[in-house]
Design a binder for this molecule. Structure first.
Ligand code: ATP
Ligand code: SF4
Ligand code: MG
Length: 302
């Protein structure tokens, strides 16, 4: 296994209150794995991903992260991640510098390597001399991927990498990540709220709600027969081209509460169409983790 996460919790102290946005999260990323972390905004996906790289400050972190793959990130908004006053090539060079210590056998000059990375992500010659403001959103995201690749990662964490892009560019960028991952034997952790992307680009899925993984399985298991009402709600909310024109779009009523106010028991109970009185009891919910299925945290699935 490339990386095993066991019981990861992340807690912050906020104005005298304790906030635990990530609670007891466990999952695995195999060598060359294609794993997805899915859930609505505020469920703790990005924090979980940042913790894998040791990038969460001022928090109490418990649990185990077993394995030490080299990790690189591609984030949602390349505009915010790229330096507007630095040429693209120089920014990639910084990534190369980071992996220099391990690059004893490198034979290319930095310029050659930067050009070959830019070519690998489909950008034309001369891109290294450009500034990010001269590029489209899709081109900027390709630069971000080249910067990530410069670090020779074993694991690429793609956190909503295409949310800011139009649908066609979205597909191009994700196809590119998938192709490069295959070529380099690199694992990918895809973070998204879009189950359509998960179906296409992942093999294993972890569904997160209110800081917990509530269901996990392979893509066919989760997409064909979801067992948790939250996963069922997420799937029902994916727009379908074959739906009748006047059919209303399904959604999950309500929103994810802030981590300072996670509901007691099963945090999904205020929004769950199958909720029963016992779902809101902490004692019942903790029993679920002992006696329930390890793959789904719901009384209805026992
Ligand atoms: N440094 C921090 N200190 C305190 N709370 C934080 C911190 N970072 C994130 N949070 C809180 O943790 C919760 C989960 O945040 P996270 O960014 O992991 O969500 P997410 O699932 O990635 O959402 P999105 O889809 O919007 O990116 C949010 O409510 C957020 O406000
Ligand atoms: S445990 Fe209860 S509230 Fe939670 S998802 Fe299952 S049925 Fe719904
Ligand atoms: Mg996020």
């Amino acid at each position: 296994m490339l990386l095993t996460v066991e019981g990861l919790s992340i807690a912050f102290r906020l104005e005298g209150r304790i906030s635990v946005p990530v609670r007891g999260v466990s999952f695995e990323i195999p060598e060359n794995g294609r794993v997805a972390l899915v859930g609505e905004s505020g469920c703790g996906k990005s924090l979980t991903a940042l913790a894998l790289g040791g990038l969460v400050d001022r928090a109490k972190i418990t649990g185990k992260i077993i394995g030490s793959p080299r990790i690189a990130y591609v984030f949602q908004n390349p505009m915010q991640s790229l330096n507007p006053v630095m040429r693209v090539g120089a920014q990639i060079e910084e990534g190369l510098a980071r992996s220099r210590a391990e690059a004893a056998g490198r034979y290319m000059s930095d310029t050659e390597e930067i050009c070959s990375l830019l070519a690998a992500v489909g950008l034309p010659k001369g891109t290294d001399r450009k500034y990010s403001c001269e590029m489209s959103g899709g081109q900027q995201q390709r630069v971000m991927i080249a910067m990530a690749l410069a670090q020779s990662p074993d694991l690429l964490i793609a956190d909503e990498p295409t949310t800011a892009l139009d649908v066609t560019t979205q597909k191009e960028v994700l196809d590119l990540i998938a192709r490069i991952a295959d070529e380099r034997g690199m694992a990918v952790l895809l973070i998204t709220h879009n189950l359509g992307l998960v179906a296409r680009y992942s093999r294993d899925v972890n569904v997160m709600y209110a800081g917990e993984i509530v269901e996990k399985g392979t893509v066919p298991e989760i997409l064909r027969s979801p067992r948790h009402p939250y996963t069922q709600g997420l799937l029902a909310a994916v727009p379908r081209l074959d739906a009748p024109k006047d059919a209303p779009l399904a959604d999950i009523p309500g929103t994810v509460p802030p981590p300072t106010d996670w509901p007691r028991g099963c945090a999904f109970h205020p929004r769950c169409p199958k909720a029963r009185p016992e779902c809101s009891a902490d004692s019942f919910y903790s029993l679920l983790s002992e006696f329930g299925s390890p793959a789904v945290r719901c009384i209805a699935a026992i």
